[in-house]
Design a protein around this ligand. Structure first.
Ligand code: LMR
Length: 393
């Protein structure tokens, strides 16, 4: 039976981690998978999380099951940061913990499917796992263009997707720090998107995986808050991988916004049933640590400072790359200064990407996506010189 299975290619992005690890060159640069790195190239555990974990070790008195909804203190503590002061929108939003943002996206798509969604419109390029999840859950992906060649968002394309959507369609949008392009909608554009959702009644699926790493905690969710204020219902996936540095602990949250508060229990019961069949219950540790951070003012302050430092460092790297526009003409590096988050797409061809890897020890996704956070004071000049080398005529 099992010999019927065809070998699958390894996930290209995850395979890059191994290739980079095996490269003996000391000055190699990893711009592949999306993890934040310090100016020293490290991905340390947050200081605030270390303290929260210690508190957990000292105070946790049981590891008994919690249920498919996970740590509800964790999901509740995040809500004001995502949704603002009226965090439940009058009792219309409820959340549950998921194994990472990936679990939250999967649950959003599966719940949408259970409610009758058969197609999801999605801006491309997108995080490659989005399309894989949609296909695996059994929902059709309908692509539209996310970014224009000048490095700004294609508003007309998303509006056409929303207005063209059928009664069984949903539209998936990245809340901020778009992966892989770094190109976010402006607030005016979000206003138009919110109006289109309101006019058509199409269900928004919102994926927020880099909250706080673009322009600021409030600024990064200002767009999705406009959508949520305008629409009757929405599904929201959230990841704590990057903004709490909890990657391997798999900490995510899934929020459901109902038309009426009275409809929420039935919606949540469906999500609970889907979670039970998928993973039964989410891993506890990371969510409990986030809850501890957010319930303690001193730890919260430290976390906010850590987040500010990360964001400021990435903005400095972006500014340096933007200033190098003339050094590697044709790549539109200037646009990177206005984009957000960990990622940017460089219009490099396959040969150029291979030369960067082979000649310069620089590892990036085959799509031309770079992780801006892989650059720092010690390697940015080398990267710019390598770009100049592979793009010179
Ligand atoms: C990425 O896009 O690099 C991250 O979101 C990690 C992942 O799981 O792909």
């Amino acid at each position: 039976m099992l010999d019927r299975l065809q070998a699958q290619a390894p996930d290209a992005l995850l395979a890059l981690i191994k290739m980079h690890a095996q490269d003996p060159r000391e000055d190699k640069i990893d711009l592949g998978v999306g993890v934040y790195r310090t100016n020293e190239g490290a991905t340390p555990v947050f200081r605030s999380i270390k303290k929260a974990e210690q508190k957990l070790i000292d105070e946790q008195d049981s590891k008994s099951y919690l249920g498919p909804e996970g740590d509800t203190g964790f999901t509740a503590a995040l809500m004001p940061y995502i949704f603002g002061e009226d965090a439940t929108m009058g009792g219309r939003i409820e959340g549950m913990q998921t194994p990472g943002g990936t679990g939250a996206v999967r649950l959003a798509v599966a719940l949408a499917k259970a409610a009758g969604v058969t197609r999801v419109h999605m801006g491309v390029p997108s995080w490659p796992n989005h399309a894989q999840i949609l296909a695996d859950v059994g929902v059709e992906t309908v692509p539209f263009t996310h970014a224009k060649s000048d490095g700004t968002a294609d508003l007309e394309a998303v509006l056409a997707a929303i207005h063209g959507a059928g009664p069984n369609d949903a539209v998936l949008l990245h809340g901020c720090c778009h992966n892989p392009t770094g190109v976010d909608y402006t607030l005016d554009q979000w206003e138009a998107i919110a109006a289109a959702f309101a006019e058509t009644g199409v269900l928004p699926l919102l994926d927020i995986a880099y909250h706080g790493l673009g322009q600021g905690l409030d600024e990064d969710v200002a767009g999705i808050r406009k959508v949520l204020a305008a629409v009757p219902e929405a599904l929201i996936a959230y990841s704590c991988d990057k903004n709490f540095g909890l990657y391997r602990d798999r900490v995510g949250a899934f929020y459901m916004m109902a038309k009426e508060a009275s409809q929420l229990p039935a919606i949540v019961s469906n999500a609970n049933a889907l979670a039970r069949a998928n993973w039964s219950m989410p891993p506890d540790h990371g969510g409990a640590a986030v809850r501890n951070v957010l319930r303690d003012p001193a730890m919260t302050k430290e976390w906010l400072e850590e987040l500010d430092d990360m964001r400021a460092r990435m903005r400095r790297v972006r500014a340096r790359l933007a200033a190098a526009d003339n050094e590697a003409p044709g790549l539109n590096l200037a646009a990177l200064g206005d984009q957000n988050g960990l990622f940017a797409m460089l219009p490099l061809d396959k040969d150029q990407i291979a030369r960067l890897r082979e000649d310069h020890g620089i590892y990036m996704a085959g799509s031309g996506r770079i992780n801006v956070a892989g650059l720092h004071a010690g390697n940015t000049e080398k990267f710019i010189a390598a770009l100049a080398d592979v793009t010179k005529g």
